[in-house]
Design a protein around this ligand. Structure first.
Ligand SMILES: Cc1ncc(C[n+]2csc(CCOP(=O)(O)OP(=O)(O)O)c2C)c(N)n1
Ligand SMILES: [Mg+2]
Length: 544
């Protein structure tokens, strides 16, 4: 077998269904071998788009998403999406072609040391310098990417190696990774602390979503009657309508949910990644008892002083602790839950135009079923979505909160629709992030993927404007002008809508969601609400 063919067979053995990428001269053999494979190659219009597609596929499926580029500029274009997957702990395998090994030692056309370039933004980065090691390299990359804490891996494949014939090695069989059970001593110790607590509170993080154990967390919370707040990336880990849910934490400001953290004496962190939201923002006093339940030991942080914890399989740990701890009878959280719900839905029907962020979020929720998928971009709109968009299930509102890169939403929506064709998919994006990867609209139109892109139009890098206003009372270099988004949509062969009255948004969303093509909705947003929120939260008196 030719090396490139063996490589493709190894990817098939890993269950790869899609590879996102841009072909180049140095990956000709792989591209050709893919023609005789079950894997579908998705040609993208930028390698960054390909990397974000693999990132979001990884997050939604738990299997590594795969992106491919050529050497040099193709590979450097992958960097942002690969870094995003790595810091957001999404499983991803990136593949780049490379020059032949007889010119890697010298100044040479398009040659960069790619392994070293990707090393700091992956869990594992390597080169294939011998065709016989292909099965081990591919298996190791997928195993590493998919094992907790999940992340990105990188494989560089020089063209002369890919072309070699008569390779004897054969693909290795993937073996599922098993996570050990927690030690009984730690389970007992954790159960004891929870039993003795006055007002315990759970902070659920994305690790729990990655492990597919959200139902175990809900059972744990219910058994012990402990309220749950989630990070942005763990939205839906507990249904927002659940009486024990306190919604999400993640704003810089002191939000309603922060009142719960202020009152708690024991905070039980389950699958919490510090990359999402620094402990000093939810644990200002630094003097509460912290319980760390995870598959990995805690990161060191002055505001994350772990009192005790249990490491191991989430499902087993949560069930065993719940079996030993004494249930709580406090009902303090009920008042907070009510106050949060009241606050989050107060402006659901606001008629002001341009639309308030709260109204956009409410109409989007009304237009979508509970299993439909929203991919959020990064900006002020992400903050509103993360705080206010109610989720009943995990992985129905994808948010990048580790690397938090703009430009993820449109390519992310392409991957979501390819993998979950029966669910409606909406990319929610600012006008800034939208133009960073809007070229992938062509990919979506070419693949006939019906999806909706909801652009929050403020002609500005709104989040930065918000922060500048808070800090300096004036703005610096954040304003821009936008193209005509309706005509942009039409130029791509997609449908374009412009919202001219507040009450148009919901029917437009419904119409766009029923189409069999890509729809772009240009929705003007009134971001004066950003500072109003800051002010309101600054003056907020805790309801508990
Ligand atoms: C690739 C990238 N560049 C810059 C930033 C810093 N940044 C975060 S939010 C933001 C503004 C986003 O503007 P827009 O997409 O219009 O969304 P809005 O805040 O207006 O809702 C910027 C520049 C980032 N997170 N990612
Ligand atoms: Mg904007």
């Amino acid at each position: 077998m030719k090396a490139a063919e063996l490589f493709v067979r190894c990817l098939e053995a890993e269950g790869v269904r899609f590879i996102y990428g841009v072909p180049g001269e140095e990956n000709l053999d792989i591209m050709d071998a893919l023609l005789d494979s079950s894997i579908r190659f998705i040609t993208t219009r930028h390698e960054q788009g390909a990397a974000f597609m693999a990132d979001v596929e990884g997050r939604l499926t738990g299997r590594a998403g795969v992106c491919l580029a050529t050497l040099g500029p193709g590979a450097t274009n992958l960097v942002t999406g690969v870094a995003d997957a790595n810091l957001d702990h999404a499983p991803l395998v990136a593949i780049a072609g490379q020059a032949a090994t007889n010119r890697l030692h010298k100044e040479s056309h398009q040659v960069l040391d790619l392994t070293n370039l990707f090393q700091p933004i992956t869990k594992y980065a390597t080169q294939i310098l011998n065709p016989e090691i292909i099965p081990e390299v591919v298996r190791k990359a997928f195993k590493t990417a998919q094992s907790p804490k999940q992340g990105a891996c990188f494989i560089e494949f020089p063209e002369n190696i890919a072309r070699m014939a008569d390779v004897q090695a054969r693909p290795l069989k993937p073996v599922p990774v098993t996570i050990p059970h927690p030690s009984p001593e730690r389970v007992a110790a954790v159960a004891e602390i929870i039993s003795e607590a006055e007002f315990p509170l759970i902070l659920a993080g994305n690790g729990l979503v990655r492990a597919g154990c959200c139902d175990a967390l809900v059972a744990f919370a219910e058994k012990l009657n402990i309220p749950v707040a989630t990070t942005f990336m763990a939205k839906g880990a507990i249904p927002d309508t659940h009486p024990l849910s306190l919604g999400t934490v993640g704003l810089q400001a002191h939000d309603y949910v922060s009142c719960g953290f202020d009152r708690a004496d024991v905070i039980i962190c389950v699958g919490y990644d510090l990359v999402e939201y620094p402990p000093r923002l939810w644990h200002r006093s630094g003097d509460r008892k912290i319980i760390h339940i995870d598959t990995h030991p805690a990161e060191v942080d002055a505001f994350y002083p772990v009192t005790d914890g249990a490491l191991g399989d989430f499902r087993v740990t949560l069930a065993e602790v719940a079996g030993r701890a004494r249930p709580h009878h406090g009902h303090l959280h009920e008042r907070l839950h009510e106050a949060i719900l009241r606050e989050l839905h107060a402006e659901d029907d606001d008629l002001a135009f341009p639309l308030k962020p709260q109204r956009i979020v409410a109409d989007l929720r009304r237009a979508l079923a509970r299993d439909d998928i929203v991919i959020c971009d990064v900006g002020a709109h992400k903050m509103w979505m993360a705080r206010m968009y109610p989720c009943e299930r995990p992985n129905t509102c994808i948010i990048s909160n580790g690397f938090a890169s703009m430009g993820i939403a449109v390519p992310g929506a392409v991957a979501a629709k390819l993998n979950f064709p029966r669910q409606k998919v909406v990319a929610v994006t600012g006008d800034g992030g939208f133009l960073m990867n809007c070229q992938e609209i062509e990919t979506a139109v070419r693949l006939a993927l019906p999806l909706v892109i909801l652009v929050w139009n403020d002609a500005s890098y709104g989040l930065i404007e918000w922060k500048q206003q808070i800090q300096f009372g004036r703005t610096a270099h954040v304003k821009f002008t936008n193209p005509d988004f309706v005509r942009l949509a039409e130029a791509f062969g997609a449908r374009g809508y412009r919202i001219r009255h507040t009450e148009e948004l919901l029917p437009t969303l419904r119409e766009a969601l029923a189409l069999d093509t890509v729809a772009i909705i240009d929705c003007p947003v009134d971001y004066r609400e950003n500072l109003r929120l800051t002010q309101k939260l600054g003056e907020m008196v805790c309801p508990i």
